[in-house]
Design a protein around this ligand. Sequence first.
Ligand SMILES: [Fe+2]
Length: 179
Amino acid sequence: MKYLLDQFVDDVGRAIEKYGITVEMQWSLGAKLQKLVQEGGDLTSQGVESVGSTGLSGRILHEDPKGRFRLIVAQFPSGEPTPIHAHNRWGLECGWSGRERFTVYRRIDDASDNSNAKLEIFSDHHIERGDLGYWYDSPRNIHRQWAEGNQPSCVVILMGGDGGRDGIFDIDQGTFEPS
Ligand SMILES: [Fe+2]
């Protein structure tokens, strides 16, 4: 039997109930998200169409009625990094197509002064089809991504909460602009 979207959504709810919002919860879902990408049919035609933060089309696959998580498909253009942005909650993603550079940062100052924000790289790697990337609740909730090569990257993203952004960092100026 194939592993489909509804089953993954059920498993996310179960994992949150079992582990709470923890890295164990996130890690327990990584292999399941990979399985969904492998077996779940064409995820780029399921759910409802949306336009992502990049302006490229995506899908909303599921929104948890309890507001605990959201599952989407998003595309990122080649050679155009997103701003370094913070999400208000955790997330993980699995590659669908293309080759994505995925860099996660940790904020190392005490966040009391947004004109003097300091980041360090927490993880930095590539995501191709079936590969996983994670970010976590604050302070490891900051990342950017973009596609390398000549096609956009397309990824399936499980985002904690409503998937919203907290704001944007300017790493050269050392500033954080809350949204
Ligand atoms: Fe993001």
